[in-house]
Unconditional design. Structure first.
Lengths: 288, 445
């Protein structure tokens, strides 16, 4: 089996700073939004339709800039022997890709992560994580398709202890938050981890697709109630100026955004920095 | 699906249906609520504006205001306008000279590969021979994923490694001839609507192979971006339709309601679950009546006819009429209901379903069904036929045999007796044709 081409190869010359790339990627979406606002404000009369449209434009932007992004802790808690990062989310939000990139990020910081392929449901999900493991040069613990996710989590923690790896990052199958039975499966994985170490999992990250609108809040709420979240990873931030809903979620449900992803390359994940994010969002002279 | 929108619209419209006469101000107040409900459901604001305006124009006309029940008239208008918004049915068509080529495109994680597998199963059920083709050379293991799906339904797959997507697409026609397939389903890599390089690649893929269908696969939970995404793909490859995925979640309907109106792209299928059989044809009228809480009895009947063995159903019906239901039958029924998919989905199709809250907790889940089966299998044939003979010591024995406690056995027997009672009351066939019983009745028990 041959490894697919690394998307990084697409434009090696253009490897810029992460937030600069993020800002560039926003232009198309942001321009559309600014155009909508301009249309609303450019009218002659401030009639009822004006206020209706203004309200609608603001709702459409999914954006609540007033959302407080106060000094929340956005650091990943990786204290443990090993620390465990459990990654959850709905189908197609980008869990496996985020884990591959996170493994690379942590390795560059001098850590030795170990990946656990606990998505035993989706076809070839294990294979996908293995390939990311190769790219990021980290080991992957996997069983057969259809096997018990809890057992894989258990084996991965044991393997990390034996090899001195830290942290263990666990990939789980995508599950719509409306599936109560699958939420129970996640709780079981958590119970297994807690039996090995009461502090575990140190991090439970929900992966959110930035293209999902108002539904994100519901997703976070349900995952939060089912297993308790320590943070969010927002993916596919490129191309969407309207990820502001994530910030309202942070304010409303008190789950901090810890990671953002802007592409499919190894380097396209970073820790979330509110200052840089707002700067990138508000660099209006480029959009207008 | 769309429960929260259904609930909000129901509240908004109740204000109009609850009274005899309506003033223009009443109508405006009601429509404002409708408007907010739609905006909160992520429906595109221009769509909402036009939608509400056209309802208002029709609703304040003399014909409605002076009618006996203006509220009902308005609900009817909302229903009609919603059907119009959702567009016409876009039936699946096949090329007169095979192969029929279907290209699937969309954002990362929208569900293209899974949908390709579902679509293969769908066309095969229509009597065709699909070939699954992967041009996704980018995402790790995307090709393996398609191959695994193909294998699970015994369909051929074409996913050559180490070549470029355009060549794979071009060569897929020859491959289809070789394996004697008459429908070619081309899966493509996920790409963002703002990624120009990849949109150009997508265009090249569709140029390389003549396609009857170019379908956008879109996550039903997509927010306000749905319109931008669709427009970008529309401009690139002139979409013939769209497939909305993950409709089994609690998406609010924004994507479904905005797509057609803004981009003229008809919705062709909806994905309603993780299994490969979970793909449904999209019917705008049925969807509108589901959104308005009027249920979708037609789809329910079709599902029942698909899944329930007709002769079995007839035998069951006879027993029911005679009031001679046994625990073995009870078990059979639960299994048949299970075959139709998650109970929540079935209930969602019943009229007024939006009003039943917290259903999930009230329904037996897979584990409970397994336990019920174990209990019934631990009974002697006589006990299954005549549950009234099960006394205390028999209950103890059954509980031990099923590895559970007496309380669980008691619950099952009690539930069964209640159902038997209900069936007798139902008397002469008021149930849905094809279903041996009325699921709504069963669940009240």
């Amino acid at each position: 089996m041959n490894a697919p081409p690394d998307p990084q190869d697409r434009a090696p010359a253009e490897r810029q700073g992460f937030w600069k790339r993020f800002s560039n990627s926003l232009d198309a979406g942001r321009q559309a939004y600014v155009a909508d606002l301009k249309e609303v404000f450019g009218r002659a009369a401030l009639d009822a339709a004006f206020w209706d449209d203004l309200e609608a434009t603001l709702i459409a932007a999914d954006k609540d800039l007033a959302a407080q992004m106060d000094a929340r802790s956005r650091d990943l808690n990786l204290e443990g022997a090993p620390a465990v990062v459990l990654v959850v989310g709905v189908n197609g939000s980008g869990k496996t890709t985020t884990i591959g990139k996170l493994a690379h990020l942590l390795r560059r910081e001098g850590r030795r992560p170990l990946l656990a392929a606990a998505d035993t449901y989706r076809a070839a999900a294990i294979e996908q994580l293995r390939l990311w493991g190769q790219r990021a040069q980290v080991d992957v613990i996997a069983h057969q398709p259809g096997s018990d996710p809890g057992a894989i989590a258990f084996d991965a923690v044991q393997a990390a202890r034996a090899r001195g790896a830290n942290p263990v990052i666990i990939d789980t199958a995508g599950r719509l938050h409306t599936r109560t039975d699958l939420m129970e499966e996640l709780r079981k994985v958590r119970r297994v981890l807690q039996r090995l170490d009461p502090q575990s999992p140190q991090e439970v990250l929900a992966v959110l697709d930035a293209h999902v609108g108002q539904n994100s809040a519901q997703q976070v709420k349900v995952f939060q109630e089912a297993i308790g979240l320590t943070g969010l990873a927002v993916t596919k931030m490129d191309g969407s100026a309207r990820a502001g809903v994530v910030l309202s979620i942070e304010a409303e449900l008190s789950v901090p955004v810890k990671l953002v992803g802007i592409g499919e390359g190894l380097d396209d994940l970073n820790r979330f920095d509110p200052g840089e994010y707002l700067d990138a969002l508000l660099r209006m002279e480029e959009a207008t | 699906m769309f429960e929260s929108l259904t609930e909000r619209l129901d509240q908004a419209l109740k204000k109009l249906t609850g009274r005899g006469k309506l003033s223009e101000a009443d109508v405006d107040a009601g429509l404002r609520e409708v408007r907010l409900a739609l905006l909160e459901a992520d429906v595109n604001y221009k769509v909402v504006k036009d939608f509400v305006a056209s309802i208002r124009t029709r609703a304040v006309g003399a014909e409605v205001m002076d009618s006996l029940n203006p509220g009902q008239q308005i609900v009817k208008i909302v229903d009609e306008e919603m059907v119009r918004l959702l567009g016409d049915r876009a039936p699946m068509t096949y090329a007169p000279s095979p192969p029929t080529v279907i290209v699937l495109a969309g954002l990362q994680g929208s569900g293209k590969t899974t949908t390709a597998g579902k679509l293969a199963l769908f066309v095969r059920r229509e009597g065709h021979r699909p070939l699954l083709v992967s041009t996704d050379v980018r995402r790790p293991a995307a090709m393996e994923q398609l191959e695994v799906l193909a294998k699970s339904i015994n369909a051929p797959a074409y996913a050559p490694r180490g070549t470029d997507p355009v060549k794979i697409a071009r060569d897929s026609i020859a491959e289809a001839r070789r394996v004697n397939a008459d429908v070619v389903i081309v899966d493509t890599a996920g790409r963002l609507q703002v990624d120009e390089d990849l949109l150009i690649e997508l265009k090249a893929i569709t140029d390389a192979v003549p396609s009857q269908h170019r379908l956008l696969v879109l996550d039903a939970m997509t927010g306000q971006q749905a319109v931008n995404v669709t427009s970008a793909f529309q401009q690139t490859i002139s979409l013939s339709g769209a497939i909305l995925t993950k409709m089994d979640g609690d998406a609010r309907g924004g994507a479904a309601l905005s797509l057609r109106a803004v981009t003229q792209t008809p919705i062709q299928f909806v994905g309603v679950g993780e299994k490969l059989t979970d793909l449904e044809i999209f019917y705008p009228d049925r969807m509108a009546s589901r959104i308005l809480g009027m249920g979708d009895v037609l789809t329910l009947i079709e599902k029942a006819q698909d899944q329930v063995d007709a002769s079995q159903a007839q035998a069951m019906e006879k027993k029911l009429r005679a009031g001679r239901l046994t625990l073995t039958d009870f078990m059979e029924q639960l299994k048949q209901v299970k075959k139709m998919g998650p109970l929540e989905g079935i209930i969602g199709m019943l009229p007024g379903a939006g009003k039943i809250k917290n259903l999930a907790g009230a329904l037996p889940d897979d584990d409970q069904l397994k336990q019920m089966e174990a209990i019934i299998l631990s009974m002697t044939p006589t006990e299954r036929e005549r549950p009234e003979t099960i006394d205390g010591s028999r209950r103890r024995r059954i509980a031990r045999g099923a590895g559970t406690d007496i309380a669980a056995v008691n619950r099952l027997i009690k539930g069964f007796q209640q159902m038997q009672q209900m069936m007798k009351q139902m008397g002469k066939g008021r149930g849905i044709k094809g279903l041996p019983f009325d699921p709504a009745q069963l669940l009240k028990g």
